[in-house]
Design a protein around this ligand. Structure first.
Ligand code: NAP
Length: 248
């Protein structure tokens, strides 16, 4: 039996790269997406073409009812999960705090914070030995922005990811004796679509000179760390906030 992994935001970017690599490592993968069904189906097809097991599941992680439906669908199609990657995340158009709106902040916090909290809660209900589970591993996508602050571009995003760091620390301690490890990765500038959604499609390459390694990272390089944190190879690692940022 393949262990079951749910990855939110797995249709593109870091989530998609993680889905591919995890499937190669024997995970049956639920590929969540918000609206890009075509991209999600491409990830599923690529996994199946290489002999892996995957299916696509739509849900906006900014909506609790959709999260509950997603977990029920994963239970039904693949069985009880033992891995969760909270990769779904958004930025907004770059703006200083004095130009940001309440509506922007609500969307930012709902998707980036509440979505990760609710998905982790549902995962714990399935993985915890106190709930009849056999344990598991949760990996949250934080960001180097928690250290850098996002000034002039997206302080709100950095704020949301700061909450993810605190959540990772607290939840890791809370469920460590229930067989569940909780870690976060904090990528730096990674070359994905996310920068275009903030209005700066070339951001990762344009800022490469600020990175000690002098280049942006790839989604695959982040996926390597995530898949290690999901695996038994990291069996004594919990509560870690792993920087994957080329030294930045
Ligand atoms: P990306 O390329 O923009 O992909 C975003 C993914 O999240 C897509 O699969 C998208 O689905 C999904 N998504 C967006 N909103 C969603 C929602 N409300 N519900 C469910 N899924 C949703 O992003 P990425 O660069 O891979 O980023 C992945 C994670 O890493 C994020 O949490 C991000 O904050 C974090 N991160 C990224 C970087 C970077 O430089 N790229 C750096 C640090 C941290 P659709 O395809 O359906 O739109």
């Amino acid at each position: 039996m393949n262990p079951v992994l749910l990855i939110t935001g797995a249709s593109r970017g870091i989530g998609a790269a993680t889905a591919m690599l995890a499937a190669q490592n024997g995970w049956a993968v639920a590929v969540n997406y918000a609206s890009n069904a075509q991209a999600a189906n491409q990830v599923v097809t690529r996994i199946r073409d290489t002999g892996g097991k995957a299916f696509a599941v739509q849900a906006d992680v900014g909506d609790e009812a959709q999260i509950m439906r997603m977990f029920a669908e994963v239970d039904d199609k693949l069985g009880r999960i033992s891995g969760l990657v909270n990769s779904a995340g958004v930025v907004d158009i770059t703006a200083k705090v004095d130009a940001q709106s309440w509506e922007r902040w609500e969307r930012m916090m709902r998707i980036n914070i509440l979505g990760s909290l609710a998905c982790a809660r549902e995962a714990v209900r399935r993985m915890s030995t106190l709930h009849g589970g056999t344990g598991g591993s949760i990996v949250n996508l934080s960001s180097a922005a928690t250290r850098l602050g996002g000034a002039g571009q997206y302080v709100d995003y950095a704020t949301a990811k700061g909450a993810i760091d605190a959540f990772t620390i607290g939840l890791a301690k809370e469920v460590a004796a229930e067989g569940i490890r909780v870690n976060a990765v904090r990528p730096g500038l990674i070359d994905t679509d996310i920068h275009a959604s903030g209005g700066l499609p070339n951001r990762a390459r344009d800022l490469a000179h600020l990175i000690p390694m002098q280049r942006a990272g790839t989604a695959e390089e982040v996926a390597q760390a995530i898949v290690w944190l999901l695996s038994d190879a990291s069996s004594y690692t919990t509560m870690s906030l792993m920087d994957i940022s080329g030294g930045r």
